[in-house]
Design a protein around this ligand. Structure first.
Ligand code: ZN
Length: 193
């Protein structure tokens, strides 16, 4: 997962660069390639920098997510659904086995945000533990791309239903579960403070 790839600086697609043969034919090496996704010509040097930067931000998100998920209790399916959002049905979620696959899925869903971060733009993604009566029940991920990328929101909710089994919900529109949790935490701090 932490492997660094060459990535297109424009769309963050992984680029396959076959430098072996070309190096032999042309000692200066290949300097440019075409992204198969956005069809732009990109400099290999830029693709390497993008790949490294993307890997850094993806690893950050992955780590935050895995740390949060570790704190989740093992819930019966019905409770897990309600912990993510009241009245949520099974059909609105997907099952993911293993926290590794879960982290991979979340990184994929947050790819435009990570690409923005890799470009040094103002984009952010937050991982929050959602609590009920002071106990962790679910995890919320909330992110926003930069203004340059259209201020697009991504929200994901997840809960644990087995030792290493998870339910994930991608709401069609923002539920605001993460903001809710943030407000609750701020409120608690204000009360304590
Ligand atoms: Zn591209």
């Amino acid at each position: 997962m932490s492997a660094e790839f060459h990535r297109c600086p424009l769309c963050a697609t992984v680029l396959e660069i076959h430098t072996g043969i070309w190096k032999r034919l042309w000692p200066f090496g290949v300097r440019e390639t075409t992204c198969r996704s956005c069809r732009h010509t990109v400099a290999i040097r830029d693709a390497r920098v993008m790949g490294q930067s993307f890997a850094y931000w993806a690893a950050e998100l992955r780590q935050h997510l895995l740390n949060a998920v570790k704190k989740l209790p093992n819930l019966p399916r019905e409770e897990a659904l309600n912990a993510m959002s009241r009245g949520l049905t099974n059909e609105q979620t997907r099952n993911i086995a293993t926290s590794e696959s879960l982290a991979h899925f979340v990184v994929q869903m947050c790819r435009p945000i990570i690409a923005d971060q890799a470009h040094g733009r103002t984009a952010h993604v937050e991982v929050m533990i959602l609590e009920e009566r002071g106990k962790p029940v679910a995890v919320g991920v909330l992110g926003k791309t930069s203004a340059e990328s259209g201020d697009k929101d991504t929200e994901l909710l997840l809960a644990r239903i087995g030792t290493d089994q998870y339910l994930v919900h991608l709401p069609l529109k923002l539920l605001g579960r993460v903001q809710e949790a943030q407000r609750a935490q701020r409120g608690e701090k204000a009360l304590r403070g």
